[in-house]
Design a binder for this molecule. Structure first.
Ligand SMILES: Cc1cc2nc3c(=O)[nH]c(=O)nc-3n(C[C@H](O)[C@H](O)[C@H](O)COP(=O)(O)OP(=O)(O)OC[C@H]3O[C@@H](n4cnc5c(N)ncnc54)[C@H](O)[C@@H]3O)c2cc1C
Length: 496
């Protein structure tokens, strides 16, 4: 296994618990952070409980969050969740904490985890991957032979490059980027206020507040991605935007920053070919969608577990193993492509559109409708059931009747929705025929002509070196408020 975070450790746990020998190599040491915010919904809470990781996580002081307040277009919608296996709360654990807990549970399950050890190459035998080459922190190199190599090594996956799958066969641009920082939560650890997540949309930008462990919180803006650099230039810009969110400002009043600003301006969405002879890619290594729906961690854990379970049974028979890996991949795509399209919808950066406004209005005083929204975000209700045709017709009609909306905007809205549905159904139809998703956007990615993903080999795809723009690194720079030097972390209040 390459990578020990939210995708790697769950796969390792399932394999080890089924009596398989698992070695996990990770170039990081744990506990450690990674560039990610970390809102999770009850579906993940239930997964963590099944892994035995929920109790240790809650013991770190990670608050339970059963409530959400969303305000789009000036309308407050309060929601709670339909419980999943009895768990009705989400959370926002720092990755240092969450990933550290998962690594501990994997070790307890019997997996051998080697930190600060980088995988540098693959061993091939008769067309199958049969091991990895590595280099550890002392500079020692070595090779480990195995029946299966799982790449759980993130967006810049080394394993994907080495098997010729680095270029996604399906790629879509996200409209939003992320700028965030950690602050002290002004409310005490056990207060009611820390059991709620907040999201406000003003114009084209989402502003959010998520209480985390250690009595802290993350303050996050998701503006159009072209604005990310402007945002991150200095705290003056950050505070300028904060001033447009009076409720957010009020919520964090007095909370001093704990970290520098972090940003990500180009986390595009994709599917990579994720299985082949003796190898599989799980988590971000194989698939990524816009963080606006906060599902990457859940999918890493969920499909990590499913991969571990499927592989453990099939490991001794190469033909059965490859079939099991392909079935696992199609299963992932069948479910994830629905969220993929949902995320692309929410990644669009226009201000609240007429049909959206009708959805929020319909949910404002109707707890059942609000619950449906919660469940669509939380993954217990398909977004397609939320955005069903009868409701779409009603919301469109209301949009046309609302004199404040332009008919052209309403029409544009409904046309966009129908074409998204058409794309989604085309993808689902292809998966139901036992094929990978419809390839798309090769040209945008610098490819030549579309090659069916089944026929892709390392010869077709010259592994492309990851570029800085592929994923803005953790800039990690406290942006300077003046040209004269770094200011010691000012409180947001002071700086505003
Ligand atoms: C800005 C941002 C915000 C996000 N917010 C959310 C959110 O709120 N909620 C949510 O659910 N998801 C969110 N996501 C998505 C989520 O972060 C990812 O889906 C998740 O981190 C994927 O986990 P992973 O285990 O696949 O990969 P990673 O977390 O990237 O871990 C990969 C591991 O592989 C190791 N590795 C890499 N190469 C090698 C090598 N050659 N040898 C050995 N080890 C190697 C790395 O050291 C690392 O530890 C966000 C993503 C971004 C970019």
């Amino acid at each position: 296994m390459v990578g020990a975070r939210v995708a790697g450790s769950p796969a390792a746990i399932e394999l080890a618990r089924r009596g398989r020998k698992v070695v996990v190599l990770d170039s990081s040491t744990f506990p450690s952070d990674t560039l990610s915010t970390h809102v999770v919904f009850p579906t993940l809470t239930a997964e963590l409980a099944a892994l035995g990781a929920l109790e240790p996580l809650l013991a770190t002081g990670t608050p339970k969050q059963p409530k959400v307040l969303i305000n789009h277009g000036g309308i407050d919608v309060h929601w709670d969740y339909t419980p999943v296996d009895g768990y009705d709360f989400g959370m926002c654990p720092r990755r240092t904490t969450l990933d550290g807990v998962l690594v501990d549970v994997a070790r307890e399950a019997g997996a051998e985890i080697r930190e600060a050890t980088k995988v540098t190459g693959l061993e091939w035998t008769a067309g199958r991957v049969s091991g990895v080459h590595y280099k550890d922190r002392e500079g020692n190199t070595g090779t480990i032979g195995c029946k299966l190599v799982i790449g759980a090594d993130g967006r810049r996956s080394t394993v994907a490059s080495l098997v010729g799958s680095a270029v996604p066969y399906r790629r879509d641009e996200n409209g939003r980027g992320l700028v965030f920082m950690y602050v002290d939560d002004p409310y005490p650890a056990d207060s009611e206020e820390r059991s709620q997540l907040f999201q406000w949309r003003v114009g084209d930008t989402l502003g959010m507040y998520f209480p985390t462990c250690d009595n802290g919180a993350v303050v996050l803006f998701m503006p159009p991605r072209e604005q990310v650099n402007w945002f991150g230039q200095d705290l003056v810009h950050w505070n300028e935007r904060l001033n447009q969110y009076p409720m957010l400002k009020e919520r964090i009043a007095g909370g001093a920053p704990r970290t520098k600003l972090r940003k990500a301006s180009d986390p595009f969405s994709y599917f990579r070919k994720s299985s082949g002879p003796g190898w599989a890619l799980v988590g971000d290594a194989g698939h990524f969608k816009d963080p606006v729906i906060a599902q990457g961690i859940r999918d890493g854990v969920h499909y990590g577990r499913k991969l571990g379970q499927a592989a453990a049974a099939a490991l001794d028979d190469p033909t059965w193993l490859d079939r099991a890996l392909f079935d696992w991949e199609l299963d992932r795509d069948r479910e994830c492509v629905i969220s993929y399209h949902f995320a692309l919808r929410l990644s669009k950066t226009h201000p609240v559109s007429p049909v959206e406004l009708e959805i929020w209005k319909a949910s404002e005083h109707d707890p059942q409708r609000a619950r449906r929204l919660a469940d669509a975000f939380g993954r217990t209700l398909s977004p397609e059931k939320l955005l069903n045709y009868p409701d779409l017709i009603t919301w469109t009609a209301r949009g046309f009747l609302d004199r404040r909306q332009s008919n052209r905007d309403v029409l544009g809205d409904v046309t966009r929705e129908l074409s998204t549905k058409a794309r989604l159904y085309r993808d689902l139809a292809r998966i139901s025929r036992g094929k990978r998703l419809v390839p798309r956007n090769w040209e945008a990615w610098g490819g030549t002509k579309p090659i069916p993903p089944e026929k892709l080999t390392a010869d077709h795809v010259a592994p492309r070196q990851p570029q800085r723009s592929d994923l803005a690194r953790d800039e990690g720079e406290l942006v300077r408020a003046s040209a004269n030097g770094v200011h010691p972390a000012p409180t947001l209040e002071q700086a505003s």
